[in-house]
Design a protein around this ligand. Structure first.
Ligand code: FAD
Length: 213
């Protein structure tokens, strides 16, 4: 993106935490397995979680052709949101408690990705989940690909907000006798759980899972 913010992406509240550069936005998307997509229709407002991945200057999602969300997103504006929680910030007063985070909001309209581009995009998703697995699994059938819609939204109108660091206490609270600081938080992989019917030894992308952050 690296673009000036628009009226709706200009971060006004704690503007010092705003970022509008591609490097920050790409890193937030690449560290996410899911996003939330907000839109409204005749039944009101919705915010739906779904898997996401990045390809170049687009964020991709996929879904069943029959999905209400998929059909709606192809014809209407939406807002995609991603959040990573990095820590709980404990201040000396309840009022100044906060959280460390990296978040992104992307605005616009999704477009359908067709044919070979859609298949390539789905392989990119598999590569993101488990690098190298695409070569191990049964290739998708024409029927399966035909039942799936791949959509992408351009990363042209987006805002990122990042908070780092310790508590921002009032000067008059600094002598208050309460512990203050950050309780760091991260998402962590856990030990793989093989399917009981699986007799295949674990490939590298499984045995290396615990080393992935
Ligand atoms: C983990 C987490 C916890 C939070 N907890 C709180 C809380 O308890 N209370 C609270 O008031 N706020 C909280 N925030 C901040 C919240 O996301 C908003 O930034 C804040 O409430 C200001 O909203 P606003 O619409 O008034 O901001 P404005 O600055 O007026 O927003 C203008 C535009 O900036 C962009 N923008 C705003 N916030 C974000 C964001 N977080 N990420 C990317 N773009 C953004 C949007 O495009 C928005 O339309 C939290 C954020 C995170 C990620």
């Amino acid at each position: 993106m690296n673009q000036a913010p628009t009226d709706r992406t200009r971060i006004r509240r704690v503007a010092s935490n705003a970022h509008y550069d591609s490097t920050t936005l790409h890193a937030i998307i690449d560290d996410a397995y899911l996003c939330h997509i907000a839109f409204s229709d005749a039944r009101g407002a919705h915010c739906i979680p779904t898997a996401c991945w990045r390809g170049g200057e687009h964020l991709y999602i996929h879904g069943s052709n029959g999905s209400r969300m998929v059909r709606h997103l192809l014809e209407n504006e939406c807002c995609v949101s991603i959040t990573h929680l990095d820590g709980l910030v404990l201040a000396r007063s309840a009022f100044n408690h906060s959280m460390n985070y990296r978040s992104a909001m992307i605005y616009g309209r999704f477009q359908a990705v067709e044919g070979a581009d859609a298949r390539y995009a789905l392989e990119t998703l598999m590569e993101k989940l488990t690098p190298g697995r695409q070569a191990d699994i049964r290739p998708g059938s024409d029927k399966e690909y035909a039942a799936t819609t791949v959509l992408r939204i351009a990363l042209t109108e987006a805002a990122c907000k990042v908070r780092r660091g310790g508590p921002d206490d009032d000067e008059t609270d600094l002598a208050w006798p309460a512990w203050a600081g950050v309780l760091p938080w991260t998402r962590a992989p856990m030990a793989p759980q093989p399917d009981p019917a699986c007799t295949i030894s674990a490939p590298a992308y499984v045995s290396d899972w615990l080393r992935r952050g």
